[in-house]
Design a protein around this ligand. Structure first.
Ligand code: NPQ
Ligand code: MG
Length: 367
């Protein structure tokens, strides 16, 4: 499709409550919304980089720069035929996967709207609704954490992930496990440990966890292999898997038994699908991670998670887990069986609330 223009909206949206991880606390979620116009249609994509380089080295500021100065010139006024063509165009830009993925998402939305196909259909999804869980941030105390988890269980979430960090790991996880002996429970350290300090995690191996997510450095697939050998519980990689190549390294090294797929982290939905397919061929289950997305990214994640090898519940909570007011007209709600229904309209299947978009925009730029 011949791309007529690319518009960037720099957004700041208040979270329902602060979200604390091993790398920091987020109160207002920044993001960049990408709008592509082509053939009279409009496609949307979300860049999930945040204000601080905590989860990733990318920030909303670096994403704005890369999108404006490097990605836009490669596609505006150009005929971009499909996601593979887009990936070839941005191949020369080193890294910056969160920025690249946002434009690919907008391209999928455009292509779906042109062809009358939902993203789920285009990707080959096989489910109308996907199983989801909730990710619970670090709370002031283990007792507070148990109360927070209880609240989410009452809302109907059947799988809980808790964030951990050194000093806030065993007691917190034990408290939740003691209070809820039978729930599906997993932990996420966001790279807060080294092979040495990870000794503190050994007792977690007896708490019947679904998985332990990204305990070690993001660039250290090898040490995850050494750690996995010490655990019966599956290690799951998140930050370490930044491309299909890295997924292959992890599988060949036996560095993990499960992979968390976030399209943004791997440079786009096409790359996410490639990792899904590779893991399926190796018998390694995957699940869809979450980045506190708006309705735009949430719709994209739901479509991706409908692929067959997404056999563990995703971090795709209902809209009200994060936002009282969203930029999409559609709000995603939890079905009674801890699933969320996959959108079925063309492209992402969501429409933008222009008033909300204006209210949350700190800056707008069209190229
Ligand atoms: C994870 N997400 O799986 C991430 C990390 C994460 C839902 O646990 C602002 C922006 C705050 C992005 C906090 C969940 C964030 C963020 C955590 C991403 O590792
Ligand atoms: Mg994670």
């Amino acid at each position: 499709m011949k791309i007529d223009s690319l518009t960037l909206h720099f957004l700041s949206m208040p979270l329902v409550s602060p979200f604390q991880t091993s790398f920091g606390t987020t109160v207002n979620r920044e993001s960049v919304l990408v709008t592509l116009r082509a053939e009279g249609l409009t496609g949307y994509g979300e860049c999930v980089a945040d204000h601080d380089p905590g989860y990733s080295y990318e920030t909303s500021g670096t994403a704005w720069h890369i999108l404006k100065d490097f990605i836009a010139p490669l596609i505006v006024g150009q005929d971009v035929t499909d996601p593979a063509d887009y990936q070839r165009r941005v191949e020369g830009i080193r890294g910056h996967h969160l920025a690249k993925a946002a434009v690919e998402m907008a391209l999928w939305d455009l292509l779906g709207k042109r062809d009358g196909l939902s993203l789920r259909q285009m990707l080959g999804g096989v489910r109308d609704a996907v199983e989801v869980g909730v990710s619970v941030g670090i709370q002031p105390s283990p007792a507070d954490l148990v109360r927070a988890v209880e609240g989410y269980l009452q809302q109907g979430y059947a799988r809980v992930k808790i964030k951990i960090k050194p000093g806030r790991d065993l007691a917190d996880t034990q408290a939740v496990r003691a209070a809820f002996p039978n729930i599906r429970l997993q932990v996420d350290a966001n790279s807060a440990y080294t092979l040495q300090t990870a000794a503190a995690l050994q007792p977690l191996d007896n708490l019947n966890l679904l998985l332990i997510e990204q305990p070690l450095y993001e660039d250290d697939i090898w040490d995850h292999r050494l750690l996995q050998q010490q655990f019966r519980t599956p290690i799951c990689l998140d930050e370490s898997i930044i491309s299909p190549r890295h997924a292959r390294y992890a599988l060949e090294m036996k560095a993990c038994r499960i992979i968390n797929i976030k399209p943004a982290r791997v440079g786009g939905l096409s790359q996410a699908k490639a990792i899904h397919d590779l893991c399926a061929a190796h018998g390694i289950p995957v699940w869809c991670g979450g980045m506190l997305e708006t309705g735009v990214g949430r719709a994209s994640n739901l479509a991706l998670a409908s692929l067959p090898n997404f056999t563990l519940p995703g971090d795709i909570s209902a809209s009200n887990r994060y936002y009282t007011r969203d930029i999409t007209h559609q709000r995603f709600t939890l079905n009674p069986n801890s699933t969320i229904t996959v959108p079925s309209g063309p492209g992402l299947g969501v429409s933008i609330d222009e008033t909300a978009l204006r209210d949350f925009s700190l800056a707008t730029l069209t190229i």
